[in-house]
Ligand binder design. Structure first.
Ligand code: SF4
Length: 155
């Protein structure tokens, strides 16, 4: 891995920017995501910042199942994000469709529309679980990056 690439990866992992998208949630998971960002839970202490556009985001935080109406929009938002990009499914509905599974207007969980890197179950997922899930995702990406760097250095 080039030194510049390693610096960019380091910066991305130390201060990832997130985008929050509701693909059909009842809004309870969204309230918990907002709570995780407030000073009480303070997701920002990990350098994580909420952004308003997919073009600036590294992580897409999705809540709710994917409704048939929103499916195309979700895919379009995902495609607008720059690589490398990661998706976190927040709440049972985002993980599997939850209580909306089988509804006539619902596709299913997020991974039926776009690839998902981390799943945070709960109805709704608590702010502590959301923070834990995002931090674990970052830790696993950091570990993966270090392994890749070691492989390249040994070649
Ligand atoms: S997991 Fe529960 S709280 Fe979250 S969107 Fe589904 S029904 Fe609502």
């Amino acid at each position: 891995m080039m030194i510049m690439e390693r610096i960019v990866n380091w910066a991305r992992l130390k201060s990832p920017w997130i985008l929050h998208f509701n693909s059909g949630a009842c809004n309870a998971c969204d309230i918990e995501i907002v709570a995780a960002l407030t000073p009480r839970y303070d997701l920002e202490r990990f350098g994580i910042l909420l952004k308003g556009t997919p073009r600036h985001a590294d992580i897409l935080l999705c809540s709710g199942p994917v409704t048939l109406q929103i499916e195309d929009r979700l895919i379009r938002i995902y495609e607008q994000m720059a690589e490398p990009k990661f998706v976190v499914a927040v709440g049972t509905c985002a993980c599997s469709g939850g209580v909306f599974q089988g509804c006539y207007n619902v596709l299913s969980g997020i991974d039926k529309a776009i690839p998902v890197s981390a799943y945070i179950p709960g109805c709704p997922a608590s702010p502590k679980a959301i923070i834990d899930g995002v931090v674990k995702l970052l830790a696993s990406l950091e570990e993966k990056g270090e392994k890749e760097a070691r492989v390249v250095e040994n070649e």
